[in-house]
Design a protein around this ligand. Sequence first.
Ligand code: ADP
Ligand code: MG
Length: 318
Amino acid sequence: MSTPQKARPENALEIKALRKTYPARGNEPAKEALKGVDLAIPRGSVFGLLGPNGAGKSTLINILAGLVNKTDGGVSIWGFDQDRNPRMSRASIGVVPQELHLDPFFTPFEAMEIQAGMYGVPARERRTAELLDALGLGDKMHVGARSLSGGMKRRLLIGKALAHSPPVLILDEPTAGVDIDLRRQLWDFVRRLNEDGTTIILTTHYLEEAEEMCDRIAIINHGEVIANEPKADLLSRIDRKTMTITPVDPLTDVPAILAREAALDCALGADGTLSISYSRSETTPGAILDLVRAAEIGIRDVMTQEAGLETIFLDLTH
Ligand code: ADP
Ligand code: MG
């Protein structure tokens, strides 16, 4: 059965008015984690679901994976309605969960084979060794899962999610707690999968990660989607930037000439650095540096940064 033979749908995923309320438990009140989410994820995209911790990303992913029951709304995966056609919709996605749960008693090879078996992939169609090789686990195929590092476990979970060759792969915070080298490897692997036709959905709370990997980004906050557009459009709407100046002599006050500029929001760091938050639509780095020079601040170093997620939410919700 492996890959479902539905004609290639326009959208790999369609989510309509999706709600989830976790019931009250002990002293914990009921929690409305998803408040009516609508999303259509085009086939072939690398789609980023970006949001801070607690936004509802994992709840959404776990509903797609069939691990959490939705309260209301509709989910269709690769054109298959999750309620009416649960088997085909499940066969159409592979999900890499946020938590690194693995059965310690199986080797990577065994874990992959069991997974393929659960999805009814015939032995001759299994790609166990090929996938483990591609994930850099070729030499770990037959060791106990207990001896795998965190990064190796993450890669094995990706392998398991791909064991039935689904057309859609969902990764929940794939690089949380993963070092830079491995992050690069994972990104390369995911890009190649996408080039070969797999639709990718990943969640992250890092803007840079969504920016680097995704062609389309949705932002979710407090269980609501507050933006959903092509990456370039979204980034151009993010207006706030911050310039940090390390002066030759540490500052003790924000110079008046800067403090009185309405377009700038200045703050002193404990180490005497000056950070200046500004809107790209209102001023330019050049104009700010002119003011800094006019204030007779010697510049040792200058750094500019995109706004963090919190500022972006303010930008987008205003
Ligand atoms: P994210 O993955 O974006 O960090 P989650 O989907 O894990 O967000 O959580 C969304 C909200 O739902 C949070 O307030 C979280 O505490 C709550 N939540 C998540 N899982 C459960 C659960 N099993 N029971 C009760 N509340 C939960
Ligand atoms: Mg999560």
